[in-house]
Design a protein around this ligand. Structure first.
Ligand code: CUA
Length: 312
């Protein structure tokens, strides 16, 4: 799906697109009328030596009065359209699915809140929502101001340190949507994408159940070695893999990292080769990233990338 506010995938974005077309349509009409009147008056201009026109003639006053009235009517109409459009955007049913999105320099932490602690799911840079259901995002930031923007589903909303904001999403149809951080937040602001998958409610429940599970056990020696490398190196100082002793929360939770469309907040595709490159030299892919380079032997690196690639 294109990254476009005019290619709408749900009612909120539809409301914004409708407002855009109302404003753009009327503004275009006014512009064309003004230009037409200008061209007409140039064409009908008086000779240079003619007497000055009577600007207070009843006809001139009618034209000026009519134009002012029309301008007033358009402005009031726009204000009303804006008011009702905004009301439609903030109208969220209380039974909405709640997801907490925390912005970090430069990635998104996504938590599916649940009254039962074990049923909470933490993922990163990937948001999966059920189609046709109201979703309420609780937006927070760990460092600086960011802005969450999935243009096909709703407008932008800032994420502020120390304050929670909210944004509602409804995806009317299933599909892949793209989002970006829309507020300059430092060096890698441009590499702060989020992938959003709108799945049917059944698919969504299956996905959520899968994410609640602990990480897949290694199925061969290479993956087993990879897990040992992960747990024996600096990786677990920042990352968590549920089902292992790694439980740090500084970086993305990697329990099901292989299920995500992209890694490094959309900077690179999610496959074993890119994962290995990212682990070895993250600064060359995303200069300034908080992820440090990890020195590993070729075999250890291959094993680690394969293990992470098995965490569906
Ligand atoms: Cu986060 Cu820009």
């Amino acid at each position: 799906m294109n990254h476009s506010a005019l290619e709408t995938g749900g009612p909120f974005a539809h409301e914004i697109a409708r407002l855009f077309w109302i404003f753009a349509g009327i503004a275009t009409a006014v512009y064309l009328i003004v230009i037409a009147v200008l061209v007409f008056s140039l064409w009908r201009r008086r000779p240079a030596n003619a007497a000055p026109a009577d600007v207070a003639s009843p006809m001139a006053l009618r034209v000026i009065g009519g134009s002012l009235a029309l301008t007033g009517i358009i402005l009031v109409g726009w204000a009303l359209a804006d008011f009702f459009g905004n009301r439609a955007l903030t109208n969220v049913p209380p039974e909405a699915l709640r997801i907490r999105v925390t912005a970090h320099q430069w990635w998104w932490e996504v938590e599916y809140l649940d009254a039962i602690a074990q049923d909470r799911v933490t993922t990163a840079n990937h948001l999966v929502i059920p189609t046709g259901k109201s979703v309420l995002l609780e937006l927070r930031s760990r460092d600086v101001i960011h802005s969450f923007w999935v243009p096909s589903l709703n407008g932008k909303k800032d994420l502020l340190p120390g304050y929670t904001t909210q944004l509602a999403l409804i995806a009317a149809r299933a599909g892949q949507y793209r989002g970006e951080c829309a507020e300059f937040c430092g060096y890698q602001h441009a590499h702060m994408s989020i992938d959003l998958t709108a799945a049917t409610p059944g698919e969504f429940e299956r996905w959520l159940q899968g994410q609640r599970a602990s990480a897949a056990e290694p199925t061969d020696d290479l993956q087993r070695r990879g897990r040992d490398v992960f747990l024996g190196s600096t990786c677990r100082a920042c990352h968590a893999i549920q089902g292992t002793i790694a439980a740090a929360r500084l970086g993305p939770n990697l329990t099901h990292v292989a299920s995500r469309p992209r890694i490094a907040a959309g900077a690179i595709p999610n496959d074993v080769g890119h994962m290995a490159a990212w682990i070895t030299d993250p600064q060359s892919i995303k200069p300034g990233t908080k992820m440090p380079a990890t020195k590993l032997s070729g075999q250890d690196l291959l094993a680690l990338a394969n293990y992470l690639g098995s965490l569906k």
